[in-house]
Every structure is written in structure tokens, then in C-alpha cells.
Design a protein around this ligand. Structure first.
Ligand code: NCD
Length: 299
């Protein structure tokens, strides 16, 4: 059966651990060119820096060739449907397909159109599985374990696919997850069921080992963002002062792109002892190597 990665929910805990371990093994021992002769389609229908670059770097480090598809320069602009576009691309017989889309559940639709494995590189506000895998790897490296660690995911939870996939994965691996957000950015009670919820940032930060900050996803707010960036920073911005409320060895994560001075202060983002933000970027390529190798070659 073809392996697809639409979301974390489709992975068993053993598969999650196998991917984390494979990525760590690449870091420790280097990688062989296990995807030599393979062709990977990178289909990005939404803007991206880190995810798009890292999937391409990952494929190339393993020896694969990458063909990039940008929606803006395609026949989608001429009125072609997604179904016809995917069927057309499938006729070129890729070995794997990486898909970023703002359409809800786009990867599951693509899975019915492609014969090759489909890897979700982020869809709508629903899921971003490879981001949560790289975040888990980064956190495990910093803390030496995941079980028993306390993580606060803060900011625009409601519109964040990163928050959803991270909650799913961290909760599965024994991390105690908190979500901190103003009411308009908090998720419905039917989601994040095991997470402790806080509206007050200072209360929520007390006693955490890791703070994950999120950008305000204004492009996903149908009514627009009614607050101001200045007010948001005052109430929820991560500052050195607020970090004092956390546990002593607290680490700071952010999936990027950051809006400095809105959700995070400059001296926190750039703090060499606490910020793991560039480590996340680095691990992004290793994790995507592990995922592509797993998708194409198996465990
Ligand atoms: C995020 C995304 O695109 O989902 N970034 C990323 O992939 N590293 C988060 C965001 O857009 O804010």
C-alpha cells in the first residue's frame, strides 16, 4: 500500500519515532543517496520559504531530482481544475508528491489523484505534519526526552495548522500541552481536548519548559484582525521578562515566519541560550529527508 502523510493522525507512534530516529541518524552519521534516480514533485500553491526550500534541499541531499510546480505560473490561472491539474501531473509518474495548499484537506484529495506517496507540506489551518515532526525532534534534542515535558503553544491557535499538528504529536508522546490565546484566537473545546487552556499569558507560562510562539494568521481570519499589533504584543508578546515566569531552562520555538515586535521580542528571538528557532530550520531539512526516504523506500 502506498504511504501517504496527510496528517499526524495517520502515523502510528512507532512510525513517528522511526522518522525522528532516522532524522537524528542522518545528523549523527550522515546520509547516503538513497533516492538517486527518483523524481519528486514539489507542488506549492501557497507562499512558503522554509517548507519549500527544506523539502527541495532534503530531496537533493538524498540524490533525488525535484520538479517544482508553482500555482501562480500554471494553467490553474487559465481555469483548469485542481483535479485535472493533479491528473496531468500524475501522468509524468513522480516518485513522491509534496503538496502545500490553502484548501482544507487538499492532500487527501491529492491522494486519490496520484499513484505516488503524497506528503502534506501544510494545508489550510488543518495540518502541517512535517513541521510538528521537526519541532518534536528539536525539543527532544534540547530536553533529552519528550515524555513529561511541559509545552505552551501561544498566540493564534484557532487559525494554526502548526498548533494542531504539534498538539496531536506532542500529546501522543507524553508531553503536557498548554494552549494560550485571547478568546478570538482560541480553538473550539472539541479540539485540543487534553490541553490546558489559558487566556492569560503570564498564568499560562508559569512552570513551562518550552514556549512555542505563533504568528497571527491574518490571511485566515474571515472578519480580519480587529486588534492592534501593539496591544497584542503587550498582552501576549514573548519578552525576556515573561520568560522569567517559565522553568529555568526554558527554550523558545517558532515555526516562522516571525513577526518581530508582535508575538516575539527581538532579544528573545535572537537569544543564543534560549531560542531554538534556527535549529528548527536546520532540523526541517533532516526531518523531510527522513519523511521522503520513508515514503519512497519504506522503514
Ligand atoms: C507556518 C506555515 O506556513 O504553516 N510556517 C511554516 O511552515 N514554517 C506558519 C505560518 O505561516 O505562520
Amino acid at each position: 500500500m502506498t504511504f501517504h502523510l496527510p496528517d499526524i493522525e495517520t502515523l502510528s507512534t512507532d512510525q513517528i519515532l522511526a522518522i525522528l530516529d532516522k532524522a537524528q541518524d542522518y545528523i549523527d552519521n550522515g546520509a547516503k543517496r538513497t533516492l538517486e534516480g527518483k523524481i519528486i514533485f514539489n507542488i506549492f500553491m501557497e507562499d512558503s520559504t522554509r517548507t519549500r526550500m527544506s523539502f527541495e534541499v532534503a530531496a537533493k541531499r538524498l540524490g533525488a531530482d525535484v520538479v517544482n510546480f508553482g500555482a501562480g505560473a500554471s494553467s490553474l490561472k487559465k481555469g483548469e481544475t485542481h483535479a485535472d491539474t493533479f491528473q496531468t501531473l500524475n501522468a509524468y509518474v513522480p516518485d513522491a508528491v509534496v503538496l502545500r495548499s490553502s484548501e482544507y484537506n487538499a492532500p487527501r484529495f491529492a491522494m486519490t489523484m496520484f499513484d505516488a506517496p503524497v506528503v502534506n507540506a501544510g494545508d489550510s489551518w488543518r495540518a502541517h505534519p512535517t513541521q510538528s515532526l521537526l519541532d518534536a525532534l528539536t525539543l527532544r534534542q534540547a530536553k533529552g526526552k519528550l515524555d513529561g515535558v511541559t509545552v505552551a503553544i501561544c498566540g493564534d491557535i484557532a487559525h494554526s495548522r502548526v498548533a494542531r499538528s504539534n498538539y496531536e504529536l506532542l500529546n501522543r508522546l507524553g508531553v503536557s500541552v498548554r494552549i494560550i490565546a485571547p478568546a478570538m484566537m482560541m480553538s473550539k473545546p472539541t479540539e485540543f481536548e487534553n490541553a490546558q487552556r489559558f487566556e492569560n499569558m503570564d498564568e499560562g507560562l508559569s512552570g513551562v519548559d518550552c514556549v512555542m510562539m505563533l504568528r497571527i494568521q491574518k490571511e485566515r481570519m474571515s472578519e480580519g484582525f480587529s486588534g492592534t499589533d501593539v496591544d497584542f504584543f503587550y498582552d501576549y508578546g514573548l519578552t525576556q521578562e515573561r520568560l522569567q515566569l517559565c522553568n529555568k531552562d526554558v527554550v523558545v520555538m517558532h515555526p516562522g515566519p516571525m513577526n518581530r515586535g508582535v508575538e516575539i521580542a527581538d532579544d528573545v528571538a535572537d537569544d543564543p541560550t534560549k531560542s531554538l528557532i534556527l535549529k528548527q530550520v536546520e532540523n526541517g531539512a533532516w526531518i523531510r529527508m527522513a519523511v521522503l526516504d520513508y515514503a519512497i523506500n519504506g522503514a
